[in-house]
Design a protein around this ligand. Structure first.
Ligand code: KIV
Ligand code: ZN
Length: 517
């Protein structure tokens, strides 16, 4: 990316698909990564870090396919300082319209001594070599000193100067372990910009982790100190306590433009939708009181607040729900709505479905309309998401009948289709969910263990659809499955079957040595 022409424009670099995916349990398959990447493009992020190509074939393929299919943002791949990493990243990024290589090496005394077992001079040499090598493949090179915030300032300046001289166009300062305080982190950015002689030749960037809950504050302090790129993730997804949350940074800049006169290219109305998509795909629920995207972020419970908001929304709302794409739930359609109206609604909600997926979603919409009086946008989104995730399934859910209640045993009669073959069984269990999952195990034997079972209601009311997430683990590989239905047990069976389908296609993920935060 060429240097910013507008001095107040902040580049939004999204790393949900790379640093976000490094959260244990948050792994996503190719199809899911593509869906998120497409929506990130609609959101208006400037850069998508789509993965770490040398880490696994799955990561390579994800970066390659995002490069091939997603238009608009610069596509970036991560690489350690070795030439093989950089060449693998370049190969994965080859189809991109605009590509960036993000290469890094640790610069803190602790990391150099214990993790890399390298002398500072050798690290300095690796910086020059890695950036120079990356420049052979693209003129957009981002260089990061891992654990930068705990590095010796003199050595940091030396490495940053060398990286810029070798051709880095962006210098990204990571607070890898979320240790820095805002004033300190802003001070580091300021120090680098002032002391490094060629600092005007690169954009400075912040990459903050949230171990002390300060990732967003540190990122904003960096912007105030002159950083013009922030690396962040949707919902703050990321290892340990996560990364800086994109939605919080963007809305803080927008809402407090009076004190922070910086702009981004983000279409904030897409925020709620992408937050939900990332949460559904990863099974990482958003806490209700999470800023911007939590279910309660715009809810007013206290009578005095409700009264104030009714008189003037500004009394208790510093931003409007609409500004983050949270439309007040509107009744959208009923059982008499036809195919044409459904197709229009799907388009309005931002989906682009092929004919088969559309027919499938329409059929399920009709079934839903028979069971549920009022159908909201959220209902349609849930059933379309459900149809989309099942496109290539080998195992398909057909029917379920459950006997439950306080007088046992609880049992489940289940029918599945496995590779076109219809199978049925009846199983008992310790409760209806257990019975349902036991029936699935009888019909499709596997050794995966259940790591997470989570239910949430798509809308309000007792006839609301349940959206279920199931996380399975088999031989160290984790997958998340989703399912939605007005019947919680049917949604549970669909979610489990979806997770099993993902396990079947899951590719080997080999962890490279010394993988970073
Ligand atoms: O946290 C970190 O240090 C990283 C780098 C690779 C930028 O993720
Ligand atoms: Zn990180």
């Amino acid at each position: 990316m060429t240097l910013n022409t507008d001095p107040n424009r902040v580049i939004i670099f999204d790393t949900t698909l790379r640093d976000g995916e490094q959260s244990p349990g948050a792994s996503m398959n190719l199809d899911e990564k593509l869906r998120i990447a497409e929506l990130l493009a609609d959101l208006g992020v400037d850069v998508i870090e789509a993965g770490f190509p040398i880490a696994s074939n799955g990561d390579f393929e994800a970066v390659h396919e995002v490069s091939r299919l997603v238009k608009g943002p610069v596509i970036c791949g991560l690489a350690r300082s070795g030439r093989a990493d950089i060449e693998r990243a370049a190969e994965a990024l080859a189809p991109a319209e605009r590509r960036r290589i993000h290469t890094f090496i640790a610069t803190s005394p602790l990391h150099m001594k214990y993790k890399l077992q390298m002398e500072p001079d050798d690290v300095h040499g690796a910086v020059i070599d890695s950036v120079g090598h990356a420049r052979r493949f693209t003129d957009d090179v981002d260089w990061s000193p891992e654990d930068g915030s705990r590095s010796d300032p003199d050595f940091l300046c030396r490495c940053v100067e060398a990286a810029i001289r070798a051709g880095a166009t962006c210098i990204n300062l990571p607070d890898t372990v979320g240790y820095a305080l805002p004033e300190e982190f802003g001070g580091l950015i300021r120090m680098l910009r002032e002391r490094v002689p060629n600092s005007d030749k690169a954009i400075f960037s912040a990459h903050c982790h949230n171990d002390l809950g300060l990732a967003v504050a540190n990122s904003l302090a960096a912007v105030e100190a002159g950083a013009r790129q922030v690396e962040c993730t949707i919902n703050g997804l990321g290892e340990r306590a996560g990364n800086a949350a994109l939605e919080e940074i963007v809305m803080a800049l927008r809402t407090r433009h009076d004190r922070m006169p910086y702009t981004t290219g983000i279409d904030t109305a897409v925020i709620t939708r992408i937050s939900k998509l990332v949460s559904t795909i990863t099974g990482f629920t958003v806490q209700p009181n999470k800023a911007i995207v939590g279910a309660n972020a715009f809810a007013h419970e206290a009578g005095i607040h409700q009264d104030g908001v009714l008189k003037h929304a500004g009394t208790y709302e510093i931003m409007t729900p609409e500004s983050v794409g949270l439309a007040r739930s509107t009744l959208v359609m009923g059982k008499h709505s036809g195919r044409h109206a459904f197709r229009e609604k799907i388009k309005e909600l931002g989906y682009d479905l092929g004919e088969n997926a559309l027919q499938d979603a329409f059929r399920r919409f009709k079934d839903l309309a028979d069971k549920k009086k009022e159908i909201f946008d959220e209902d349609i989104a849930a059933l379309v998401d459900d149809a989309v995730i099942r496109r290539n399934d080998r195992i398909r859910f057909l029917s379920l009948h459950v006997v439950c209640g306080s007088v046992g045993p609880q049992s489940a009669t289940l029918e599945l289709e496995v590779d076109g073959d219809r199978r049925g069984t009846e199983a008992t269990g310790d409760g209806p969910v257990d019975a349902t999952f036991n029936a699935i195990k009888e019909l499709f034997a596997h050794s995966a263990t259940l790591k997470l079972y989570q239910v949430h209601a798509v809308t309000e009311g007792t006839d609301a659809q349940a959206e279920v997430t199931v996380r399975l683990e088999e031989e160290g590989k984790t997958v998340n499955g989703q399912g939605a239905d007005t019947d919680t047990l049917v949604a549970s069976a669909r979610a489990y079957v979806n997770a099993l389908n993902k396990l079947l296609v899951k590719r080997e993920k080999t962890a490279p040595e010394a993988l970073i935060a």
